[in-house]
Ligand binder design. Sequence first.
Ligand code: URA
Length: 220
Amino acid sequence: MNAPSAPTFSTPPSTIVVDHPMIQHKLTLMRRTRTPANEFRLLLREISMMMAYEVTRDMPMEMIEIETPLTTMQAPVVAGKKLCLVSVLRAGGGILEGMLEILPAARVGHVGLYRDPVSLAAVEYYLKLPRDISERTAIVLDPMLATGNSAAAAVAEVKAAGCQSIKFVSLISAPEGLATFHEAHPDVPVFTAAIDSHLNDHGYIVPGIGDAGDRIFGTK
Ligand code: URA
């Protein structure tokens, strides 16, 4: 008798894989077990800066009149809603740093979630969002979209605070997590640098990078 085949997941249409060669190269360096925490953090910061460009690519522009040393001209500036970066503690902080380099005027919120080790359900222990988040576009940050439970719970909090324009950024996603997230939030696009093979029995992404928080902060 043939072994039962693993379930297959099709990639939801709202998934954007940011496959720029420099991002892919840096991600390969991050994946290596021997990459130390200081290099890992730097690589994550660099990738996050590049992802910041992609996630803001559709920001509306408007023309304003400016003076150059030679003449006046109509020149483009970013218009529309202001931004709020929402970091899912603790590993989201690794992406937040790079994003803030490119988007320094963004407000910052935090959602603290841990995974119940048995059920893998997301348990919230902290929430702090800017009061005016409903008037902003929120970009929710978590390097690992694994089961999708934490990502879905974090976005639910942002929606509960009244925000209607939301994007999610991860470094690596599991097909299972993308499916769960899309089912909960089909209106929220996911920007990710890679979609890996699958989750293992402990909810870790394979091949992945291991525990993102441990690798960022050098904890074990
Ligand atoms: N969280 C991590 O840090 N790594 C995984 O592979 C899955 C969840």
